[in-house]
Ligand binder design. Structure first.
Ligand SMILES: Nc1ncnc2c1ncn2[C@@H]1O[C@H](COP(=O)(O)OP(=O)(O)OP(=O)(O)O)[C@@H](O)[C@H]1O
Ligand SMILES: [Mg+2]
Length: 215
Protein backbone atom coordinates (compact mmCIF):
# COMPACT_ATOMS: atom_id res chain seq x y z
CA UNK A 1 0.00 0.00 0.00
CA UNK A 2 1.21 3.47 -0.80
CA UNK A 3 1.55 6.26 1.73
CA UNK A 4 0.57 8.62 -1.08
CA UNK A 5 -2.80 6.89 -1.45
CA UNK A 6 -3.03 4.66 1.57
CA UNK A 7 -6.22 2.83 0.70
CA UNK A 8 -5.29 1.29 -2.64
CA UNK A 9 -2.42 -0.26 -4.56
CA UNK A 10 -2.70 1.14 -8.15
CA UNK A 11 -0.90 4.28 -9.30
CA UNK A 12 -3.08 7.19 -10.45
CA UNK A 13 -1.48 9.44 -13.07
CA UNK A 14 -3.27 12.45 -14.60
CA UNK A 15 -2.18 14.43 -17.65
CA UNK A 16 -3.03 18.11 -17.71
CA UNK A 17 -2.45 21.09 -19.98
CA UNK A 18 -4.33 23.50 -22.20
CA UNK A 19 -5.98 22.28 -25.41
CA UNK A 20 -3.29 21.35 -27.92
CA UNK A 21 -0.49 21.01 -25.34
CA UNK A 22 0.23 17.42 -26.35
CA UNK A 23 -1.53 15.37 -23.66
CA UNK A 24 -3.03 12.77 -25.99
CA UNK A 25 0.30 12.46 -27.79
CA UNK A 26 2.08 11.63 -24.52
CA UNK A 27 -0.56 9.56 -22.69
CA UNK A 28 -0.06 6.44 -24.75
CA UNK A 29 3.73 6.51 -24.38
CA UNK A 30 3.32 6.85 -20.61
CA UNK A 31 0.90 3.92 -20.49
CA UNK A 32 3.28 1.86 -22.65
CA UNK A 33 6.15 2.67 -20.29
CA UNK A 34 4.16 1.52 -17.24
CA UNK A 35 3.16 -1.67 -19.07
CA UNK A 36 6.78 -2.32 -20.00
CA UNK A 37 7.56 -2.12 -16.27
CA UNK A 38 5.14 -5.04 -15.78
CA UNK A 39 2.20 -2.99 -14.55
CA UNK A 40 -1.46 -3.28 -15.57
CA UNK A 41 -2.75 0.01 -16.97
CA UNK A 42 -6.16 1.52 -17.69
CA UNK A 43 -6.12 4.47 -20.05
CA UNK A 44 -9.10 6.81 -19.73
CA UNK A 45 -10.20 10.42 -20.14
CA UNK A 46 -12.28 13.23 -18.70
CA UNK A 47 -14.87 14.36 -19.22
CA UNK A 48 -15.95 10.87 -20.25
CA UNK A 49 -14.61 7.41 -19.55
CA UNK A 50 -18.08 5.88 -18.98
CA UNK A 51 -21.23 5.64 -21.09
CA UNK A 52 -22.95 8.46 -19.19
CA UNK A 53 -19.69 10.42 -19.00
CA UNK A 54 -19.24 10.33 -22.78
CA UNK A 55 -22.80 11.65 -23.23
CA UNK A 56 -22.04 14.46 -20.79
CA UNK A 57 -18.77 15.11 -22.67
CA UNK A 58 -20.74 15.48 -25.87
CA UNK A 59 -23.01 18.07 -24.24
CA UNK A 60 -20.07 19.95 -22.74
CA UNK A 61 -18.13 20.14 -25.99
CA UNK A 62 -21.10 21.24 -28.11
CA UNK A 63 -23.80 23.08 -26.18
CA UNK A 64 -23.36 26.65 -24.96
CA UNK A 65 -23.95 26.85 -21.19
CA UNK A 66 -22.96 28.87 -18.14
CA UNK A 67 -19.71 28.16 -16.34
CA UNK A 68 -21.33 26.79 -13.14
CA UNK A 69 -23.43 24.39 -15.27
CA UNK A 70 -20.24 23.30 -16.96
CA UNK A 71 -18.54 22.70 -13.62
CA UNK A 72 -21.49 20.70 -12.27
CA UNK A 73 -21.62 18.54 -15.40
CA UNK A 74 -17.86 17.93 -15.17
CA UNK A 75 -18.30 16.66 -11.63
CA UNK A 76 -21.40 14.62 -12.57
CA UNK A 77 -19.35 12.85 -15.25
CA UNK A 78 -16.45 12.51 -12.78
CA UNK A 79 -18.69 10.85 -10.18
CA UNK A 80 -19.54 8.03 -12.59
CA UNK A 81 -15.95 7.80 -13.77
CA UNK A 82 -14.53 7.52 -10.26
CA UNK A 83 -17.08 4.94 -9.11
CA UNK A 84 -17.22 2.85 -12.28
CA UNK A 85 -13.67 3.02 -13.59
CA UNK A 86 -10.99 4.74 -11.50
CA UNK A 87 -11.55 3.33 -8.01
CA UNK A 88 -12.25 -0.25 -9.14
CA UNK A 89 -9.08 -0.23 -11.25
CA UNK A 90 -6.91 1.22 -8.48
CA UNK A 91 -8.34 -1.20 -5.90
CA UNK A 92 -7.55 -4.05 -8.29
CA UNK A 93 -3.91 -2.91 -8.46
CA UNK A 94 -4.25 -1.46 -11.95
CA UNK A 95 -2.61 1.88 -12.72
CA UNK A 96 -4.93 4.56 -14.10
CA UNK A 97 -3.58 7.02 -16.67
CA UNK A 98 -6.19 9.71 -17.15
CA UNK A 99 -6.41 12.49 -19.74
CA UNK A 100 -7.43 15.35 -17.37
CA UNK A 101 -8.93 15.16 -13.87
CA UNK A 102 -10.09 17.68 -11.24
CA UNK A 103 -7.10 20.01 -11.80
CA UNK A 104 -8.60 20.72 -15.24
CA UNK A 105 -11.92 21.81 -13.73
CA UNK A 106 -10.06 24.07 -11.30
CA UNK A 107 -8.01 25.56 -14.16
CA UNK A 108 -10.75 25.88 -16.81
CA UNK A 109 -13.96 26.59 -14.90
CA UNK A 110 -12.14 28.21 -11.95
CA UNK A 111 -9.10 30.02 -13.41
CA UNK A 112 -10.52 30.43 -16.91
CA UNK A 113 -14.18 31.21 -16.19
CA UNK A 114 -14.27 32.51 -12.65
CA UNK A 115 -16.22 29.80 -10.81
CA UNK A 116 -15.09 30.21 -7.18
CA UNK A 117 -12.37 27.69 -6.36
CA UNK A 118 -13.89 26.86 -2.97
CA UNK A 119 -17.09 25.69 -4.67
CA UNK A 120 -15.10 23.47 -7.02
CA UNK A 121 -13.09 22.12 -4.11
CA UNK A 122 -16.29 21.38 -2.19
CA UNK A 123 -17.56 19.39 -5.19
CA UNK A 124 -14.24 17.54 -5.38
CA UNK A 125 -14.50 16.60 -1.69
CA UNK A 126 -18.02 15.33 -2.31
CA UNK A 127 -17.34 13.42 -5.53
CA UNK A 128 -13.95 11.86 -4.73
CA UNK A 129 -13.16 12.21 -1.03
CA UNK A 130 -9.58 11.18 -0.34
CA UNK A 131 -8.83 10.44 -3.98
CA UNK A 132 -6.17 12.50 -5.72
CA UNK A 133 -3.72 11.54 -8.48
CA UNK A 134 -0.34 10.30 -7.21
CA UNK A 135 1.29 12.16 -10.04
CA UNK A 136 0.04 14.99 -12.25
CA UNK A 137 1.95 15.72 -15.44
CA UNK A 138 1.42 19.25 -16.71
CA UNK A 139 2.48 19.70 -20.32
CA UNK A 140 3.02 23.43 -20.39
CA UNK A 141 2.91 25.43 -23.62
CA UNK A 142 2.13 29.07 -24.35
CA UNK A 143 -1.43 29.46 -25.71
CA UNK A 144 -0.03 30.79 -29.01
CA UNK A 145 1.85 27.54 -29.60
CA UNK A 146 -1.18 25.42 -28.71
CA UNK A 147 -3.41 27.50 -31.00
CA UNK A 148 -0.98 27.04 -33.89
CA UNK A 149 -0.98 23.29 -33.39
CA UNK A 150 -4.77 23.10 -33.22
CA UNK A 151 -5.14 25.30 -36.29
CA UNK A 152 -3.32 22.61 -38.24
CA UNK A 153 -5.36 19.81 -36.72
CA UNK A 154 -9.04 18.85 -36.74
CA UNK A 155 -12.15 20.98 -36.25
CA UNK A 156 -12.22 22.74 -32.87
CA UNK A 157 -14.68 21.93 -30.09
CA UNK A 158 -16.36 24.54 -27.86
CA UNK A 159 -13.40 24.82 -25.45
CA UNK A 160 -10.80 24.92 -28.21
CA UNK A 161 -12.59 27.94 -29.69
CA UNK A 162 -11.88 30.05 -26.60
CA UNK A 163 -9.51 32.98 -27.05
CA UNK A 164 -5.85 33.39 -26.07
CA UNK A 165 -6.74 35.37 -22.92
CA UNK A 166 -8.83 32.47 -21.68
CA UNK A 167 -6.00 29.97 -22.23
CA UNK A 168 -3.53 32.36 -20.63
CA UNK A 169 -5.68 32.30 -17.46
CA UNK A 170 -6.07 28.51 -17.61
CA UNK A 171 -2.32 28.04 -18.06
CA UNK A 172 -1.55 30.40 -15.17
CA UNK A 173 -3.96 28.51 -12.92
CA UNK A 174 -2.36 25.19 -13.82
CA UNK A 175 1.10 26.59 -13.05
CA UNK A 176 -0.20 27.96 -9.75
CA UNK A 177 -1.59 24.54 -8.77
CA UNK A 178 1.72 22.90 -9.71
CA UNK A 179 3.73 25.42 -7.69
CA UNK A 180 1.51 24.80 -4.66
CA UNK A 181 2.19 21.03 -4.66
CA UNK A 182 5.54 20.42 -6.38
CA UNK A 183 5.83 16.92 -4.86
CA UNK A 184 2.77 15.89 -6.86
CA UNK A 185 3.25 17.76 -10.14
CA UNK A 186 5.75 17.46 -12.98
CA UNK A 187 5.78 20.52 -15.23
CA UNK A 188 7.22 19.70 -18.65
CA UNK A 189 8.06 22.28 -21.27
CA UNK A 190 5.76 21.08 -24.05
CA UNK A 191 7.39 23.20 -26.76
CA UNK A 192 10.16 20.63 -27.06
CA UNK A 193 9.98 17.78 -29.56
CA UNK A 194 7.50 15.01 -28.70
CA UNK A 195 10.47 12.67 -28.12
CA UNK A 196 12.13 15.07 -25.65
CA UNK A 197 8.83 15.54 -23.77
CA UNK A 198 8.35 11.78 -23.67
CA UNK A 199 11.86 11.21 -22.26
CA UNK A 200 11.29 13.65 -19.43
CA UNK A 201 7.93 12.07 -18.58
CA UNK A 202 9.36 8.55 -18.65
CA UNK A 203 12.27 9.51 -16.38
CA UNK A 204 9.85 11.04 -13.92
CA UNK A 205 7.46 8.07 -14.00
CA UNK A 206 10.39 5.73 -13.26
CA UNK A 207 11.02 7.66 -10.05
CA UNK A 208 7.33 7.79 -9.14
CA UNK A 209 6.95 4.03 -9.65
CA UNK A 210 10.05 3.29 -7.55
CA UNK A 211 8.82 5.54 -4.76
CA UNK A 212 5.28 4.16 -4.95
CA UNK A 213 6.47 0.54 -4.84
CA UNK A 214 8.81 1.22 -1.90
CA UNK A 215 5.97 2.47 0.34
N1 LIG B 1 5.86 18.31 -28.69
C1 LIG B 1 5.13 18.60 -29.80
N2 LIG B 1 5.63 19.38 -30.75
C2 LIG B 1 4.89 19.71 -31.85
N3 LIG B 1 3.64 19.28 -32.08
C3 LIG B 1 3.07 18.49 -31.15
C4 LIG B 1 3.78 18.12 -29.95
N4 LIG B 1 2.97 17.33 -29.21
C5 LIG B 1 1.81 17.23 -29.89
N5 LIG B 1 1.87 17.91 -31.07
C6 LIG B 1 0.79 18.07 -32.07
O1 LIG B 1 -0.09 19.06 -31.57
C7 LIG B 1 -1.45 18.70 -31.81
C8 LIG B 1 -2.17 18.62 -30.45
O2 LIG B 1 -1.61 17.53 -29.71
P1 LIG B 1 -2.53 16.63 -28.77
O3 LIG B 1 -3.78 16.23 -29.47
O4 LIG B 1 -1.69 15.55 -28.20
O5 LIG B 1 -2.88 17.72 -27.64
P2 LIG B 1 -3.92 17.63 -26.45
O6 LIG B 1 -3.25 18.28 -25.30
O7 LIG B 1 -4.37 16.22 -26.27
O8 LIG B 1 -5.11 18.52 -26.98
P3 LIG B 1 -6.66 18.48 -26.56
O9 LIG B 1 -6.73 19.07 -25.18
O10 LIG B 1 -7.33 19.36 -27.56
O11 LIG B 1 -7.11 17.04 -26.60
C9 LIG B 1 -1.42 17.38 -32.58
O12 LIG B 1 -1.53 17.68 -33.95
C10 LIG B 1 -0.04 16.81 -32.25
O13 LIG B 1 0.46 15.99 -33.27
MG1 LIG C 1 -6.25 15.33 -26.32
Amino acid sequence: MSALNPYRPGLFVAFEGIDGAGKSTQLHAAAAFLQSAGRKVTLTREPGGTEIGEKIRDLLLREPMRAPTEALLMFAARQEHVLQVIEPALLDGTDVVCDRFTAATLAYQGGGKGVPTERLQALARWVHPGLCPDCIILIDVPPEVAAQRLAQARQRDRFEQENLDFFTRVRAHYLQQAAAAPEKWLVVDGTQTPEAVQNLITQHLKKVVDHFDSQ
